[in-house]
Each structure stands twice: as C-alpha cells, then as structure tokens.
Design a binder for this molecule. Structure first.
Ligand SMILES: Nc1ncnc2c1ncn2[C@@H]1O[C@H](COP(=O)(O)OP(=O)(O)O)[C@@H](O)[C@H]1O
Ligand SMILES: [Mg+2]
Length: 364
C-alpha cells in the first residue's frame, strides 16, 4: 500500500500542495518549522481522522483560512481516493467520491503508524492514551469494533447523566446498566484477544532496539476482573458517592513492565523511549501480519534522536516495508538523516511549505 498523491489546501502552513510519491522510502529533509511534520500529520489525519499531535481540526486550518482540505490517492489492491474537508460550518469525508456515511466503512483504508516524540506519552501518560492506542488499532483492524466503541460511549454517557441526578433509583438505572454491560462486553473481549499478540510483538521489537536485556511485558489490565454485570452491581455504593460509572472498559489500561516492574515508575528515560518505539513497531507488525500489507510508516524526526543500536533495530521493519512495496515517510534535518539507508531513498526538500524532489546522489 502506498500513498501516490497528496493534496493539501489551507492545511497548517500549506496554502496548496500537490505531490506525487512512489512506494519505498520518502525522506523529507528541511530546516525546522518548514512543514515536514505537517505533511505526516496530514497523512495520519486521512488514515485515522485525528492528529497525532492531539489537537482538534480548528488548529490545523491555515491561519486566516476558513477550512482545510486534505486528499490522497491510495494505491493498494485497488486505487482509492480519500478526501476530507473541514471547516467550523461544514465537514466532509469521502471515499472514491462517495460521501462516507459510517466512519467504520472508511477506517482501515489507509493504515498508518506514526513514530513521533509524543509516543513517549504511551509510557508516561495516563491510561486514556494507552486505551486510545488499543482502540485505534482495533478500530482499524476489527470490523464492528468502532461501532461497538461508539455504542459503549453513548451508553456510558447516558448512564453517567443519570448518576449525576440526585434521586435516580435503582429501577431506573437498571436498563442503562444492562445496555452498558452489553456494549462493553465485546470491547473487553477484543482487547483481551489483542494484547497478548501485541505483547509478543512488542517484546521482540524491544529486544531489537534496546541496549539492555530486560524483558518487556504488556498485559491487559481490565477494570472488570470477572463478570461485568456482577462487578458493576458491587460498585453501586461507590457509584452513588462519586456519581459516575466506576467500572467498565472506559477504565481499562495496559500494564507495561520491564522485568516485572512497572515501566512508568522504574524505567530510565532511554528505556521508556525504547518501549514507546517497541509499541509502535508492534502496531506496524500487527497490521502487516494481519493483512500481508505493511502500513504506511510515518517517522517524525525520531531517527535522528536514536543511537546507532536503536536505529539498527528499526531497520528490518523499514526494509520489510520497502520489500513489500510499502511506504515510509521520514522527516529529518540536514544533520541527522539516517545515512544507513543509503541511496534507496527518494529525498525531498521541504522549505516554506513547498516540497521539491532532491537529486539522487550525495547527501541531502
Ligand atoms: N494552522 C496553521 N496555520 C499556518 N501555519 C501553521 C499552522 N500550524 C502550524 N503552522 C506553521 O507550520 C510550521 C511548522 O511546521 P512543521 O511541519 O511542524 O515543521 P517542521 O518542518 O519543523 O516539522 C511553523 O512555521 C508553524 O508556524
Ligand atoms: Mg517537525
């Protein structure tokens, strides 16, 4: 799978961009604040409908413009056109020029995995970030997961609204609890199935990129230990006191351990960084294993920040992407580009929101 064409209008610092890309390595080279990360952000946005910088659409509209447009031609088994327009007044999403009615029909078309500095939050941040990581992976690979997630979110919201009221009695709450349990069950099942697979992949990835010999283990920490219906019943007192739903998949987490110790507390900065990259590598391997097609890899600056060993650990993933006619977008500055990739790169110069192909030989 590769992105053959990218079109931006009023997206971030790009007034207009039309760029054609082949499969393989695409190295975006340029000084700071020229628009390299913005390109990756746009591609990721088309794939996942969100920014990996964790901001809303309003921030991505070019200053002074009313809305942004991001479009791409995707070459997979077939060719697909993805288009997205966003303004405060109007939102449009289309696939092959048909408006997308259900997001679930759109998700998973452009699978991409981003490696960026924000990844460290997977280790350091709250459970919400790790849940989102799981959910995104499942939404892009399991038909029906996104719909289940939306159903659960609605059930949770409705139930919490009732709990907020001072005089809701148990009989009124019961059908809402029933719906919450029914909606939550499949989410937990999918997560429980996925995490051991992810853990095995992440463990291998961690071994490849870390300098140390700790064992990485990822476990699913479900907020529900046994029977959801029973446990939510047992939590009735706490729920009345806190006026919010206290058990359920919205409280799940992933436990990340190095040699059986929680990574967030005990790991060094370097280990945390390796762990975050290992999680992303696992995500990419999982996508590739499932479909036989590697996802589009978006690597933002991280290559330059990594030592030689960690870079070497990432190489097999990149090489496999290339062999399977996948695609890798990598950003860097003049100083820190990954020379070990040699000449197999298409290099692009990014300068003041323009992208120009660079000649093949020499350094970028
Ligand atoms: N909504 C926006 N409208 C216009 N320019 C923006 C917007 N958001 C960010 N920028 C500009 O984009 C540039 C940063 O782009 P970025 O892709 O992060 O740079 P880099 O090449 O360092 O990765 C900065 O000049 C910033 O001011
Ligand atoms: Mg950048």
């Amino acid at each position: 799978m590769h992105l053959a064409h990218l079109r931006l209008r009023d997206f971030r610092n790009y007034a207009r961009l039309d760029a054609d890309f082949g499969p393989g390595f695409q190295l975006l080279v340029g000084d700071n604040a020229q628009g390299k990360t913005n390109v990756l952000e746009a591609i990721y946005l088309l794939g996942t409908l969100r920014s990996f910088r964790g901001v809303g659409s309003a921030q991505m509209v070019r200053h002074g413009a009313a809305g942004y447009f991001v479009g791409a031609t995707l070459v997979a088994q077939a060719e697909h056109d993805l288009k997205m327009y966003w303004s405060a007044r109007e939102k449009q999403l289309s696939l092959d020029d048909e408006p997308v009615k259900r997001i679930a029909d759109y998700y998973g078309r452009l699978r991409c995995v981003v490696f960026c500095t924000e990844d460290l939050q997977l280790v350091k941040g709250t459970g919400r970030i790790r849940r989102r990581f799981l959910d995104l992976l499942l939404a892009q690979t399991q038909p029906g997961y996104l719909a289940a997630l939306q159903r659960y979110a609605q059930a949770l919201q409705a139930r919490n609204a009732l709990l907020k009221k001072p005089d809701t009695d148990a009989a009124v709450l019961a059908p809402f609890t029933h719906e919450l349990v029914a909606a939550g069950q499949p989410l937990m099942e999918r997560r429980r199935e996925l995490v051991p697979k992810l853990s095995a992949l992440a463990r291998l990835a961690y071994r490849r990129i870390s300098n140390d010999s700790e064992e990485l283990r990822i476990s699913y920490m479900s907020s529900v230990k046994g029977d959801f219906a029973v446990e939510i019943g047992q939590a009735a007192g706490r729920e009345r006191a806190l006026r919010v739903t206290v058990v359920g998949p919205h409280r799940d987490d992933l436990q990340l351990q190095l040699d059986d110790r929680p990574a967030a507390q005990f790991a060094s900065e370097g280990q945390k960084r390796s762990l975050a990259i290992a999680l992303k590598m696992a995500q990419a391997e999982y996508f590739a294993g499932l479909t036989g097609t590697p996802p589009v890899l978006l690597i933002d600056d991280v290559m330059g920040e990594l030592d030689a060993r960690r870079r070497a650990g990432l190489m097999p993933l990149l090489e496999r992407a290339e062999h399977a006619r996948g695609q890798v977008f990598m950003t860097c500055t003049q100083e820190n580009w990954p020379r070990e990739l040699g000449r197999r790169l298409q290099r692009w110069e990014v300068r003041q929101a323009t992208i120009q192909p660079l000649a093949e030989e020499g350094s970028p």
